[in-house]
Design a protein around this ligand. Structure first.
Ligand SMILES: C[S@@+](CC[C@H](N)C(=O)[O-])C[C@H]1O[C@@H](n2cnc3c(N)ncnc32)[C@H](O)[C@@H]1O
Length: 306
């Protein structure tokens, strides 16, 4: 039953479960408290079940996306939706799609790339040079439309400049979305995205046209794109860096552990694993890896294994 309260609140009653669009007045404030409580419980549930910390997103954005799912399912309250998730676990994927689908950016989470460029890349190149190793292999797992691998390629090229180009660098972007991979291979993006790329990199690595820009061959020749389903296909081996960001949120705990196992075998000793800012790894993995930055979710496979 829907009731319009004085002050313009709309409330849906369902036992003690209440969904309200806050408007004002005493009833509005009480209903708002119930609404907030149910929302918090729902977010905690999604966090516990799928490891997605929606607190990382703007609250209004989360509420709008949830409202879209409730509307699609003809549900009125967060409690109804929590029950629906229990009865139809496949709904988690749709919720996560609604929240994250195809979202990617060049240099996404710039502080991750800043740390990567400032500390990690120089250290990695120095170690490689000291060991007379020329091959560097990087894997962007769940690369979507290619912005992440190209950001990595630009970062590596800038870092390698002062040392000469003695390294043989390969950046492999993989995904299970073939359409996204086709966009990645084209390496051509809407001009509206150009500000995501640092000015200095724009000048060096982009060819700008009227309404789009193209990534220069010096960058694209380093990048290869392949279809790979993290659950089904043979993993890549002996990589120095894995970026797998904003992909785990699709997976349940068990599947996350499985994929983390794949990454452990894929990484060379001393290799780096970079996860998404809202993703966390289990205590076992935290024990296995050295923590480089908790905030930026950067881990390192130890050089010497116990
Ligand atoms: C939100 S995008 C993240 C893109 C990029 N890593 C970033 O952080 O900007 C998630 C990508 O993971 C891909 N993905 C989801 N499940 C996958 C799986 N099992 N194997 C490989 N890729 C997967 C999706 O197709 C999508 O392109």
């Amino acid at each position: 039953m829907q009731i319009i309260l004085p002050g313009g609140c709309r409330i849906f009653y369902n036992g003690d479960d209440t969904y309200v669009q806050p408007g004002g007045g005493m009833e509005g404030r009480q209903a708002d408290a119930v609404y907030r409580g149910n929302l918090t419980r729902l977010l905690e549930k999604v966090h516990a079940e799928r490891g997605l910390d929606m607190a990382q997103y703007r609250p209004r954005y989360v509420e709008r996306r949830l409202a879209a799912r409730l509307h699609a399912l003809n549900l009125h309250t967060y409690r109804q939706y929590a029950t629906y998730l229990d009865e139809h676990p496949e709904e988690y994927a749709k919720l996560l799609d609604t929240l994250t689908i195809n979202v990617t950016q060049f240099f996404r989470d710039p502080t991750v790339f800043e740390l990567f460029r400032k500390d990690i890349l120089p250290a990695l190149l120095k170690e490689k040079a000291a060991r007379h190793q020329r091959m560097i292999r990087v894997w962007s797992a769940g690369c979507a439309t290619g912005q992440e691998p190209y950001s990595l390629a630009m970062s590596f090229l800038s870092a390698m400049e002062p040392q000469g180009s003695d390294f043989l660098l390969t950046i492999l972007g993989t995904d299970l979305d073939r359409n996204a991979l086709a966009v990645a291979r084209r390496a051509e993006y809407d001009l509206g995205l150009i500000d995501q790329i640092p000015k200095v990199d724009q000048q060096k690595y982009l060819d700008v046209h009227n309404d789009h820009f193209k990534i220069k061959p010096a960058v694209t020749r380093l990048c290869k794109f392949d279809y790979l389903n993290l659950f089904e296909d043979k993993p890549i081996h002996v990589v120095d860096v894995i970026f797998c960001r904003n992909v785990f949120i699709y997976f349940n705990r068990e599947e996350q552990e499985r994929v983390l196992g794949v990454f452990w075998s894929a990484l060379a000793r001393g290799g780096y694993l970079v996860l998404g800012r809202s993703e966390r790894i289990g205590p076992q993995v935290e024990h296995d890896y050295e923590l480089i930055s908790g905030r930026e979710r950067i881990y390192r496979k130890p050089l010497k294994l116990l």
